[in-house]
Design a protein around this ligand. Structure first.
Ligand code: G16
Length: 542
């Protein structure tokens, strides 16, 4: 009943910023997913008695690969599997289940905000016992194993009906099919003042949550509409679909354009928000005013004491390096630690485990806390709702107050997507070579005071991550950063992050792109972007 199937290694299975992400066509190659899953079992589930959490964001191939993982888990002697009903689990709720049940880890099937469907992307990622994404030493071990693999184990038995809750004993492995939303909802109730948020809705507060036909739909409908009493229709695009309804489930100003337009229109609701494919990212928009993710993190930090789960005060905060330094200013005012990590949620894990921080976030629409070890889209929305309920002021007032107190970090990211890998590498190499000559160079009225290649030494385990992006600092406090994305599946994506700081209240309400226009020009000039990328401008501006 246990088959040992011969296979050959694929040499492209090194996980990126967040797991192994490839085109569906790549995953469709014979034994491709099986090889990677076997490498997880071989390296992370040695010896007996391992239990795992399993679920995915419902994208194309989800059900198929769930069935494969179940059969392989049986064949590899896994003793327990906690599976989200219909194979669905948002990334943050998978993280919660791993922690709650104290299991070895979790296998999450997702390519996050990347498009789905037969021509879209798929992904497999392993989370470790603390509920967080596997750190680099683990992903490297899995990758090394994929290069040597010559067979995988799979059980030849029928998989139980995964659409019904229940427990099944499969050849010694207990598989428990759980409601994906229930435990997560209880966790949210323990952190936020649900009564105050429910009162806010009863008072006529209006909101729109765009679930983008991704995994957060069932979570948002249950929590916002059923439990908190928001009117039906508050959650839109709430049914998870394998191709996300043909949309790109990335909650940003480009792919959640309809929501943005609605929020800028005269009849806008009070609050607009969205989440991505696997439910870990968030987008926050007030009536008439967009909240940049870096600002959102800073506002949450500044108002954390209003929220029961954080009322005792924060121990520290962290942000990824390209995220604006808005949250650092809050940390300074609060007298708490502020950490700067490389891009990738996995780098927050040690800081959270060690209690050095309890709030963290990234410019790429991710915010989270010590409640799980992933970023959490709906959690961020509830955090904002709790603040709105306590302060009784609109989003725009809260954000403008924040700028008045701490100054405003104007911030934009320009992406050059799917360019040839050689061209993208040439940009970084060239900047690297020119770093020392850039120091002291004048541009317009400003001057470069420092340029480096960001390296991070983890304060907890001392591990070092090098080459995490080129940073250019200007005398006036502005910053330009260049780095290559680790989540794309075609060619390379060059990200250019541009930031300036404005303390003068009279200059805090300008258009971001206009305000940053001179710096944007400089960013293109310094890196010779047009010539090296072959593009006249970025493909996505957020
Ligand atoms: C992942 C990581 C994030 C990272 C983002 C973008 O998010 O977990 O830490 O900021 O990718 O990474 P990159 O700039 O390398 O494309 P997700 O939501 O895709 O899992």
């Amino acid at each position: 009943m246990i088959e040992i199937v011969p296979t050959k290694p694929y040499l492209d299975q090194r996980p990126g910023t967040s797991g192994l992400r490839k085109k569906v066509q790549v995953f469709r190659q014979p034994h491709y997913a099986e090889n990677f899953v076997q490498a997880i079992f071989d390296t992370q589930c040695r010896g007996g008695g391992h239990k795992l959490v399993l679920g995915g964001d419902g994208r194309y191939l989800n059900r198929e690969v769930i069935a494969t993982v179940i059969r392989m888990a049986v064949a590899n002697g896994i003793t327990g599997l906690i599976l989200g009903r219909s194979g669905l689990l948002s990334t943050p709720s998978a993280s919660h289940l791993i922690r709650k049940y104290g299991v070895t880890g979790g296998i999450i099937l997702s390519a996050s905000h990347n498009p789905g469907g037969p021509d879209g992307d798929f992904g497999i990622k392993f989370n470790v016992a603390n509920g967080g994404p596997a750190p680099e030493r683990v992903t490297e071990a899995i990758y090394e194993r994929t290069k040597q693999i010559d067979s995988y184990r799979i059980a030849d038995l029928p998989v139980p009906n995964i659409d019904r809750l229940g427990k099944h004993l499969l050849n010694g492995m207990m598989i428990e099919i759980v409601d994906p939303v229930a435990d997560y909802c209880t966790l949210m109730q323990s952190l936020f003042e649900f009564d105050a948020i429910a009162r806010l809705f009863r008072s006529g507060f209006t909101m729109r949550f765009d679930a983008m036909h991704a995994v957060t739909g069932p979570y948002a409908s249950k929590i916002l509409e059923d439990v908190l009493g928001a009117p039906p229709g508050t959650v839109i695009n709430g049914t998870p679909l394998p191709d996300f309804g043909g949309h790109h489930p990335d909650p940003n100003l480009v792919h959640a354009r309809d929501l943005f337009d609605l929020m800028m229109s005269p009849g806008a609701p009070d609050f607009g928000c969205a989440s991505d494919g696997d439910g870990d990212r968030n987008l926050i928009i007030g009536r008439g005013l967009y909240v940049a993710p870096s600002d959102s993190l800073a506002v949450l930090a500044a108002n954390a004491r209003l929220v029961p789960g954080y009322a005792k005060g924060l121990s520290g905060v962290a942000r990824s390096m390209p995220t604006s330094s808005a949250v650092d200013k809050v940390a300074e005012a609060l007298g708490i630690g502020a950490f700067e990590t490389p891009t990738g949620w996995k780098y927050f894990g040690n800081l959270l485990d060690a209690g050095l921080i309890d709030l963290c976030g990234e410019e790429s629409a991710g915010t989270g806390s010590s409640h799980v070890r992933e970023k959490d889209g709906l959690w961020a929305v509830l955090f904002w709702l709790n603040i709105l309920a306590k302060r009784g002021e609109p989003v725009a007032r809260i954000l403008r107050d924040h700028w008045e107190n701490y100054g405003r970090n104007y911030y934009t990211r320009h992406d050059y997507e799917e360019i040839e890998t050689e061209r993208a590498t040439a940009v970084i190499d060239r900047l690297h070579d020119r770093m020392s000559e850039l120091k002291g160079a004048s541009y317009g009225e400003d001057e470069i005071v420092e340029a480096d290649d960001f390296a991070y030494e983890d304060p907890v385990d001392g591990s070092i991550a090098r080459h995490q992006g080129i940073r250019i600092f200007f005398k006036g406090g502005a910053r330009i950063i260049y780095r290559l994305s680790g989540t794309g599946t075609e060619g390379a994506t060059l990200r250019v992050y541009i930031e300036s700081y404005e303390k003068d209240v009279a200059r805090q309400d300008r258009d971001t792109q206009q305000m940053l226009a001179p710096l944007i020009q400089i960013s293109r000039q310094i890196a010779d972007l047009e010539a090296l990328t072959g593009r006249q401008g970025p493909s996505v501006v957020t």
